[in-house]
Design a protein around this ligand. Structure first.
Ligand code: HEC
Length: 160
């Protein structure tokens, strides 16, 4: 009995480790994808470039944690974003093109890095990581870049 519970404790610890390892692996893959596809505008580490692209580090957590915010990254990455925005006190009025060339699993890995690493201090503690299914839901019917900017405004108002 004692041995059995010890063994199941070990099994539980191993299962937990596997979950963490999976998350770490996704974040690592996400960082590589970010370097390849996003850093040219958003800069390494998502620090942003005035006049070119907004910072993503520390600025997304609160927005995606607001009610309805779970849709924000899937919508922007599959439908784009355009129009005047303010991010971290900087004004932008550009166009973010969507990335349908990345598959759902790649977009989920990218979001692990964006949210779990770059926004870990501003993300709600109970925010469940985005999965491939969250992206698959928007792939067939992406919202327009203008609609996504409207959502951004609503989320920022809700996240105050
Ligand atoms: C060619 C430059 C460019 C590239 C490459 C690019 N973005 Fe963007 N991104 C922008 C611009 C410009 C905006 C702001 C659009 C606006 O002004 O409305 C933006 C906005 C965003 C936003 C919304 C930020 C906010 O403040 O709400 C997210 C999230 C985002 N990008 C993620 C990514 C990710 C992830 C990648 C890589 C897969 C990427 N971007 C690649 C230019 C780029």
């Amino acid at each position: 009995m004692k041995r059995g519970s010890k063994r199941s404790g070990v099994a539980a610890a191993l299962a937990l480790l596997a979950v963490f390892a999976g998350g770490a692996q996704a974040a690592e893959e996400g960082e590589a994808l970010f370097t390849q596809h996003c850093a040219v505008c958003h800069q390494p580490g998502g620090t942003g470039a005035p006049g070119l692209a907004p910072a993503l580090a520390a600025l997304l957590g609160k927005r995606v944690s607001a009610p309805g915010g779970r849709e924000y990254l899937p919508r922007v990455l599959l439908g784009g974003l355009s129009g005047a925005i303010v991010a971290g006190g900087e004004k932008f009025n550009g166009i973010m093109l969507p990335f349908p060339q990345l598959n759902d699993a790649q977009l989920a890995a990218l979001s692990h890095y964006l949210l779990g690493t770059l926004n870990k201090d501003t993300l709600a503690a109970d925010f469940a990581p985005l999965t491939a299914a969250d992206f698959a839901a928007w792939r067939g019917k992406p919202a327009s870049a203008a609609e996504n900017r409207k959502l951004r405004t609503q989320l920022d108002a809700a996240g105050q």
